[in-house]
Design a protein around this ligand. Structure first.
Ligand code: ZN
Length: 308
């Protein structure tokens, strides 16, 4: 597959990782100042060759890549970090303090992913290699990272995961949102909340949305997928309403004693109806975040809330 690049600014390029052979599912963002390069997100191991071809197609020699910054450690965002460090041992991986131990020892992360993906785990994400602890750089809320040609400011933004950062590029004022700004396809006015188990936290997510809204970014760079400018309040509203609405539907179903399977069917109908009403092609949304993970995340959230 020939590389697909989207030039965002003079120094920032989005590389389309063409996950599962599809464009516009997973992006990695490349920063380059002519002598050193950095990435926000590595994508999974299954797309590592596409990533490396993309970096070179953007005119960056691989030996100039220095920093891997991941918004969180889920396999579609950071799965390739260990493989990349093994191949290019000078790389450093920048990660949230809660996520760092799971990059050094991915066994719990993989067990959690195996519950979600079953026998598709390996074909979707590929092997996950530990990142040696000495290659990790722990990033805390408010930290500023020195990147080629700019600084990035880290925002602790829990909700989708406990260990999630968004990053504001201080030069372009673009905000790199990982999954906290949801999933949205280019040119489409519909934001799907990716709500996987086990760390979904609706209240924390709503607070993270308020925090990032207040940043007044010039644009949002979503991992799924791409740069959105214009009316960002609309984007945040759409995400927040749906995140809360879907949570309410799942909660009502649980209180009526519905089975997990019945809730899944109910939500499939809900989502299909919403998207059909707007004549949106759901395929790329479904590849980026499955119905199963959306529903499993909400169910676990409400069951935890009940116990707690
Ligand atoms: Zn994701």
């Amino acid at each position: 597959m020939p590389p697909i690049l989207h030039r965002l600014t003079e120094k920032i390029t989005a590389i389309d990782l063409q996950f599962q052979g599809r464009p516009e599912v997973i992006a990695a963002y490349l920063f380059y100042d002519g002598s050193e390069a950095a990435l926000i997100e590595t994508g999974p191991t299954t797309t590592v060759e596409t990533l490396l071809e993309g970096i070179q197609a953007a005119g960056v020699p691989l030996e100039e890549l220095r920093q891997l910054i991941v918004t969180h450690i889920h396999l579609d965002h950071a799965g390739a970090a260990g493989v990349l460090v093994r191949r290019f041992p000078w790389l450093r991986v920048y990660v949230h303090p809660v996520g760092a131990p799971h990059l050094a020892d991915p066994s719990k992360l993989l067990a959690s992913a195996a519950r979600l993906y079953g026998d598709k785990l390996d074909s979707l994400w590929g092997p996950v290699v530990p990142v040696p602890a000495e290659k990790l750089v722990v990033v805390n809320d408010g930290d500023q990272l020195k990147l080629p040609g700019t600084n990035l400011c880290a925002f602790d933004t829990p909700g989708h995961a406990r260990h999630h950062h968004a990053y504001l590029d201080m030069r372009s004022n673009l905000l790199f949102t990982g999954d906290v700004a949801g999933v949205r396809m280019p040119g489409v006015r519909y934001v799907r909340p990716p709500t996987p188990p086990p760390e979904l936290d609706i209240e924390a997510w709503v607070a993270s949305i308020a925090r990032l809204r207040a940043v007044n970014a010039a644009g949002l760079c979503l991992t799924h997928f791409g740069l959105f400018r214009g009316n960002l309040d609309w984007h945040w509203d759409d995400l927040e309403h749906r995140l809360v609405d879907w949570g309410q539907i799942v909660r009502d179903q649980l209180s009526k004693g519905a089975t997990d399977n019945a809730i899944l069917e109910r939500m499939k109908t809900q989502i299909a109806t919403e998207m059909h009403a707007q004549r949106i092609d759901a395929t790329a949304y479904d590849v980026a975040v499955s119905y199963e993970s959306v529903v499993a995340g909400y169910i676990r959230y409400w069951k935890k809330a009940q116990v707690g």
